[in-house]
Design a protein around this ligand. Sequence first.
Ligand code: PGA
Length: 251
Amino acid sequence: MKKRKVFIGGNWKMNLNHLEGKEFVEKLLQLIRNNEKKEIVIFPPFTTLFTVSEVIKNSKIKLGAQNVHWEDKGAFTGEISPQFLIALGCEYVIIGHSERRKYFLENDEMINKKIKKSLSTNLKPVFCVGENLEEREKGETLQVIENQLKKGLKDIKELNGMVIAYEPVWAIGTGINALPAQANEVHSFIREFISQNYGKKISENLRIIYGGSVNKDNIKDLLKEEEIDGALIGGVSIKLNEFAQIINLDL
Ligand code: PGA
């Protein structure tokens, strides 16, 4: 029995348009069993949020977005307000994913603003941190994570439902997942950081999930680790049967 409610997130990335996404969740709902032990959240692209939200209303699947802007409205061409996400029924939002850091030059300061705004709007951030291969090979993993946590959480007093996702960049989309013990070490480090900065009680309730090449075969061993409270799943979250199998796993 896990200490904290297991969080299974499906990060669809730039896949499934509003029609494909609708069909996908209609089928998914038919395949999954009611399982109160897990919280299931899917993160479709912005243009797919509405059709999916209509299908999953009153179901056990929750909705999240893959990104958000730090202002409510204004002259920010191409950006999406947290208020728009709330209006569609989003409960969570992914912030600081490594693909956004890498391809869209999102930096820690922007990530910090997005986290602050989301928390003040009652959107729960899924705050992503993770080292790249070079940093791991140089033995800098924990230093990199600490730096991302410090900067991303700067001046943030309360975490209100936040989830932290440890996603080593070298494991994302590569088919090479972190070993369970390897991930657990970083998760413990993150929990200790939160404990030192926010107190033991908050750190004990915080969910720290793992992301990077999670599939139906490796998830069980990952979740056996004490500090791993769930998974953020990319590629496999748009494979209907495999994702349903993961949701239905007995933990
Ligand atoms: P992956 O992606 O499962 O395809 O490795 C995980 C993520 O980027 O959140």
